[in-house]
Design a protein around this ligand. Structure first.
Ligand code: ADP
Length: 723
């Protein structure tokens, strides 16, 4: 590539680009020159301008000066020059505009006089000048200076000396390049870089924040900062973390902030930011009523402050505040940088919380799998087993290795047929959840193990099917217990039936020999009665008596055994008709005892009418039998509607029953009295219970001893559709 020849005018143009603030690297790249070369041109350019001031003789000098001044006047960058004594000689229009000062007002003034409001700035310029006076030539340095509108700008200052007619240094010429934009983007980058690194390294907000606050303050020259959090439940907010330059007064101020818990409704700086989600700037904390900690802040040497929200979308998660030791006007750029930082922290907080929740979820899952006797499993989209928690082998003794990578139906199951598997497979292909799917697998040492599995389909964010996951339980014990229970039940049913049969056969077959005893005893009495003595006749009487009682017992027992075996089908019957039938059978007893039997209105019930009649007859019969000696029996049959069932009661005013016998009297042959007191076999109530239970009802007694008893029983109502 041919090397370009640079003429002085083109060089001056390039240098001017730089003097107007374009970054050096960009200029060098664009014009394909080396930075060193560019700097040399800049030096030459400034030296040439300065050289214009070099004294020549007479007219020639003043002509040269005029040309130089005209040139300077039109330069688009602030230029000034001053004499060897440090007093300003002049400046161009751009300078006036930059500082907002009429040039007449500063000619003849020193830098201290010009920057009386910013002594630090004056001192820095002064030092640079001193250096130049000692070692003439050119200098450049960066400095932050307050300008026209009170804002502070980053500047790059170039200065070059010029000599007088005597060849001695006569003064210097200086230019100012505003590098605020460049500086700011560098600062923002530096902050972002530091903060991004911090946030990626920290796991908690509390851990990250001091560093984040330091990054912001140090990069921008602010003295301290703090983060405030809000508890949305109670609306209170508090200062969580803080950072400050090394200053005990500021540390005291921040410590005080951190000690208080601010309540909602408490007007103030942070509260407003939290409430509105908008940043706030305070130029002077001691002069602002809305800043409640103003006096303390001023005492700590702080002047300006601003606060901004930490946000996550529309949600305000907290706020940050920063303080400067000097008066600072609201700075849009700074606020914007802060808001960006606030958003970055908002996202970090959300991430920390999500990670915390994830960790918590994982811990819960771990506890669950560790503490549960169930195991956890996963399948891929092909239904191949991909994971099985260790509880599986612990519980079942089965090695899971052969199961991994295979489908459920590719392993032997002892209880399931092809079509059972087909159904299960179809369910999985429909991605449906399944519950308590029971498989009997061959277990260790020739045993078998019953597994009960439940699972649900897993989908990714794109609703794509990813497989199944679920839990499994070892139900071998339950299965075995169920088997034992079933066997026991079957055995019970069988022996019950056998017993029924036995009772029936026994009572039936006993009747015949008993009849023989009865009839032959009577025959004996008839034929040989007059030849028997008194004793023998009495003994004969006992035999007849015993045989009669035995006959009654056998008949009752037969009736009892017939309740289960000879019952009729249930069908709707009018309870009134049934009661009437029972009373007909009891007529003799009723009349003899002068009993008064009353009843309420009676419903239609689903029953075996013969058995229901027997039930009522037994209960009313007992009520008559167990009457008091001196009182005629009063018996009432009542019915109440108890929802799904009818609640019957048979109440009497008889002798009553002691509570300890309430259960016993319903058992076969259980009686509370001797034959002499009250005759009977002790089977009546047992039959009642059997009848009621066959009708799917319950029977029980309530009684006050010596006052009377009430027997209760229930019968289910006729269901709709039942005829
Ligand atoms: P039994 O009437 O043949 O003795 P049950 O099985 O009918 O046999 O009655 C058992 C026992 O319950 C009776 O012996 C009696 O002591 C008691 N009992 C039954 N009904 C009444 C009643 N209404 N009042 C008092 N006691 C009764």
């Amino acid at each position: 590539m041919p090397v370009r020849q640079w003429d002085p005018a083109s060089k001056a143009k390039v240098v001017l680009e730089g003097l107007q603030g374009k970054p050096e690297t960009a200029i060098c790249k664009r014009h394909n020159i080396k930075p060193a070369e560019y700097r040399r041109w800049r030096k030459e350019f400034l030296a040439k301008i300065a050289g214009s001031f070099v004294s020549r003789q007479g007219d020639e000098r003043s002509k040269a000066l005029r040309v130089a001044q005209d040139l300077i006047e039109v330069l688009p960058i602030p230029v000034f020059f001053k004499a060897r004594d440090g007093k300003h000689l002049g400046a161009n229009r751009a300078w006036e505009a930059y500082f907002g000062v009429e040039r007449e007002s500063f000619i003849g003034k020193t830098v201290q006089e010009l920057f009386s409001h910013a002594p630090d700035v004056a001192a820095r310029h002064q030092a640079a000048d001193e250096d130049l006076w000692r070692n003439p030539g050119t200098r450049s340095y960066e400095l932050q200076v307050p300008v026209r509108d009170g804002s502070v700008r980053h500047t790059l200052n170039y200065k070059a000396t010029f000599t007088g007619a005597d060849g001695k240094v006569a003064g210097l010429i200086g230019t100012i390049i505003d590098i605020t934009e460049r500086k700011r983007s560098e600062q923002r980058q530096a902050i972002e870089h530091r903060v991004t690194r911090l946030l990626s390294e920290c796991e908690t907000v509390a851990g990250a924040m001091p560093g984040v606050l330091a990054a912001f303050c140090e990069s921008l020259g602010w003295a301290c900062g703090a983060r405030w959090s809000m508890d949305p439940e109670i609306g209170a907010f508090r200062c969580e973390e803080a950072w400050s330059v090394d200053d005990p007064d500021i540390a005291t101020f921040l410590a005080a902030s951190r000690q208080s818990n601010y309540q909602p409704g408490y007007a103030g700086f942070i509260r407003r930011v939290l409430g509105t989600g908008q940043p706030i700037w305070i130029v002077d904390v001691s002069a602002d009523d809305s800043f409640l900690r103003g006096a303390q802040a001023a005492k700590a040497g702080l002047r300006s402050a601003f606060a901004l929200p930490i946000r996550l979308g529309d949600q305000v998660l907290g706020a940050m505040e920063f303080f400067h030791r000097e008066r600072r006007l609201p700075d849009e750029w700074l606020l914007e940088t802060g808001v960006t930082l606030g958003n970055q922290i908002g996202h970090f907080m959300a991430r920390v919380q999500a990670e915390g929740e994830l960790r918590e979820g994982e811990a819960r899952f771990r506890s669950l799998t560790a503490l549960s006797s169930d195991w956890y499993w996963e399948q891929d989209e092909q239904f191949r087993l991909t994971a099985m928690s260790s509880r599986f082998v612990e519980r079942t003794g089965i090695d899971p290795a052969p199961y991994i990578g295979r489908k459920r139906w590719e392993q032997p199951a002892l209880n399931l047929t092809e079509s059972d598997w087909e159904r299960h497979r179809a369910q999985l292909e429909r991605h449906e959840p399944f519950f308590d799917f029971e498989i009997e697998r061959p277990g260790p040492d020739g045993t078998s193990v019953w597994l009960s599995l439940s699972g649900e389909a897993v989908f990714d964010e794109g609703r794509r099917f990813r497989g199944y996951r679920g839990v499994g339980t070892d139900v071998t014990d339950r299965k075995r217990a169920q088997g034992v229970l079933r066997a026991a039940y079957e055995e019970l049913a069988r022996s019950n039936a056998e017993l029924q049969q036995f009772a029936y056969v026994a009572s039936h077959d006993l009747q015949e020999p008993l009849r023989m005893i009865g009839s032959y005893t009577q025959l004996l009495e008839r034929r040989y009665g007059d030849r028997l003595d008194q004793d023998a006749r009495e003994f004969m009487g006992f035999i007849v008596d015993g045989a009669t009682r035995m006959k009654q017992l056998i008949e009752d027992l037969l009736a009892y055994s017939r309740v289960g075996t000879r019952g009729k089908e249930m069908r709707p019957v009018q309870a009134q008709a049934v009661l009437d039938k029972a009373l007909v059978n009891l007529r003799a007893a009723v009349e003899q005892s002068a009993a008064a039997v009353t009843h309420g209105s009676l419903p239609e019930v689903n029953a075996d009418d013969t058995q229901l009649a027997q039930l009522l007859q037994n209960l009313i019969g007992n009520a008559i039998k167990f009457r008091k000696k001196d009182e005629a029996p009063r018996i009432h049959v009542g019915v109440e509607d108890a929802g799904d069932e009818w609640h019957f009661s048979v109440a009497d005013n008889g002798i009553g029953i002691e509570p300890q016998y309430f259960e016993r009297i319903f058992l076969v042959f259980q009686r509370l009295h001797t034959q002499d007191e009250y005759p009977g076999t002790g089977i009546g109530l047992a039959i009642c219970r059997k009848v009621v239970e066959r009708h799917r009802g319950r029977i029980w007694v309530e009684s006050a001893y010596g006052e009377g008893s009430t027997f209760h029983f229930t019968l289910p109502k006729i269901q709709k559709g039942e005829t």
